[in-house]
Design a protein around this ligand. Structure first.
Ligand SMILES: [Zn+2]
Length: 281
């Protein structure tokens, strides 16, 4: 599930490699992946690629003349640059941008769910786009003070993943950030002491920046299908906490898991397993 650090390294690597290349032709084999028709995808034909950038957890590939391909990878999408074109039978292909030098920028998606999408937008269209317009401040490198940001009476685990509140954090890095700040996932935003808000902001910058630094050392083109995520607690329930040595615990939701250290984060309390409580209702 690509979040801020994974999308940022993708934008950096692909942007640097693509800048100056010329589009030969385009194709959208995933009929549901391309969500716009005006301007049409083939408006890119013959244009130069200017680069790639990140907005929250989304990618923006820029083309000459102010056109942008906005890409949301969702949970299983990947944007990759290859030296050769995809075979027509590659069922993971969603949107293909073929370059005159033979390379191909490919939006792929793994699994059966078709959730990843792309939109071709003008400069004004991009800023007016709902998911861009409603995006909160970037979680990295310099988010505003968290005491101003996390004011809602909602659990931190939910608030930090709300892209309208703060942009870039998802299910993996939220566990790492809360563990680093020693805060309970269920503590409410409006219940944060000023020093806790500061600690959470520092942890956010440290964790996301640390992951990105790790990717700078390890990730090269083609972008790997599976990123070498330097996770310390997320999905490591049952293992020893890397800080205090006590056992990490988890709360299981329908399609994800929240991992935490009871000793460090919840005064030793075990959080209710939502699966079980639902079954008992
Ligand atoms: Zn611990």
């Amino acid at each position: 599930m690509p979040e801020l650090p994974e999308v940022e390294i993708t934008a950096r690597r692909i942007g640097a490699a693509l800048a100056g290349a010329t589009v030969e032709s385009t194709l959208a084999p995933g009929i549901n992946a391309l969500k716009t028709f005006d301007p049409p995808l083939h408006a890119l034909d013959g244009r130069t690629v200017e680069g790639a950038a990140r907005r929250g957890k989304m990618l923006v590939v820029g083309f000459e003349g102010g056109l942008s391909l906005l890409v949301h990878l969702m949970s299983a999408g990947r944007l990759q640059l290859y030296d050769k074109r995809a075979g027509l039978r590659d069922r993971t292909s969603r949107v293909l941008v073929r370059l005159t030098d033979g390379r191909e920028l490919r939006l792929r998606e793994f699994g059966t769910k078709q959730a990843a999408w792309a939109k071709l937008l003008t400069a004004e269209g991009l800023e007016a786009e709902e998911v861009i317009r409603t995006l909160g401040p970037e979680a990295w490198p310099d988010p505003p003070p968290f005491a101003e940001l996390l004011v809602a009476p909602r659990p931190l685990h939910t608030l930090l993943r709300d892209q309208r509140v703060i942009a870039g954090i998802g299910r993996s890095w939220v566990d790492e950030i809360l563990w680093t700040a020693r805060l309970s996932p269920f503590k409410r935003g409006d219940d944060l002491a000023p020093e806790e808000a500061d600690a959470l902001r520092s942890a956010t910058i440290e964790v996301l920046g640390g992951a990105l630094e790790h990717y700078e050392q390890t990730v090269t083109l083609p972008i790997p299908d599976k990123m070498p995520m330097p996770l310390r607690v997320h999905r490591k329930q049952g293992e020893a906490c890397p800080r205090c040595g006590d056992q990490l615990e988890a709360v299981f939701y329908e399609d994800y898991v929240m991992t935490y250290c009871p000793t460090d984060q919840t005064d030793g309390r075990l959080l209710k397993d939502r699966r079980l409580s639902r079954l008992l209702k």
